[in-house]
Write a protein that binds this ligand. Sequence first.
Ligand SMILES: Nc1ncnc2c1ncn2[C@@H]1O[C@H](COP(=O)(O)OP(=O)(O)OP(=O)(O)O)[C@@H](O)[C@H]1O
Ligand SMILES: [Mg+2]
Length: 266
Amino acid sequence: MNPDSRSVIFKAEGVTKRFGNVVAVDKVDYQLYENEVAGILGSNGAGKTTFFNLLTGYFIPDEGKILYKGQDVTRMTPQERVSLGMMRTFQLTSTFDNLTVIDNLVLSFFRAHKKSSLWNLLFNTCKQHRKDEKILAALETFDLEKVSDRLVKNLSLGEKRRMEIAMAILAEPKVLLLDEPLAGLAESEIQGVLDVLRKQIGKQTILIVEHKISHVQDFLQRLIVMHEGRIIAEGGFECLQHPEVRKSYWQIDPATEASGTAEAAS
Ligand SMILES: Nc1ncnc2c1ncn2[C@@H]1O[C@H](COP(=O)(O)OP(=O)(O)OP(=O)(O)O)[C@@H](O)[C@H]1O
Ligand SMILES: [Mg+2]
């Protein structure tokens, strides 16, 4: 589908963020379309995480605007943006490491959907809702059935990452922003996380920052490459062949470069 025929969910207009003399994000214009799975690539220090932080409200830009569904959210707090439907994993998803997996899922669902206090949720809601359809479906989708009664502190990193993504998705966000979801995972755990992400394709808008390009290239529909705070290429994976990308993108492996892929060691 031509992305231009879909509605824009996020728009950045001339967004700039400086830290002292460093221009971390430099006049970035960007559009994210509804229900697409898009990626941000770029070398270390390119400005990817800072750009995420601007989209999610952790930083306020020095210049420019951020629009969410046409609404100016430039100065809104992260919590206000979450209530509009954005969700960022690994920062906003707080896990309760001394509770079980299933109770963490219940809490995430009910915190997002009911205005009940956390105290009330912890003591009343968990028990009542362990068998709810949505919770059981999430355990199955994210391959967490076998560990549903395990305390989170005893999970492997791959299991915990799947649970974090399940928690984010149970909150039914309009946009899921994932900053390096595969970071720190063993090769054997990466497939499990990719499998759960693949199940979300077409169901919601996903924006992913990832260094392990070869792992995500089969499901990213569009990508941008950042360098020194600017977007230097945009499009499909062919944009990795763009001369500026080849020049700036760090550690391009000559063996994979020829086939249009690059793997940055993270
Ligand atoms: N809180 C901060 N204070 C000062 N400088 C910062 C801060 N956050 C980022 N920077 C600087 O801004 C630039 C962009 O950093 P950013 O973390 O956005 O890059 P990145 O593309 O996410 O890199 P990585 O791939 O290493 O995660 C870097 O020069 C970094 O040192
Ligand atoms: Mg980063």
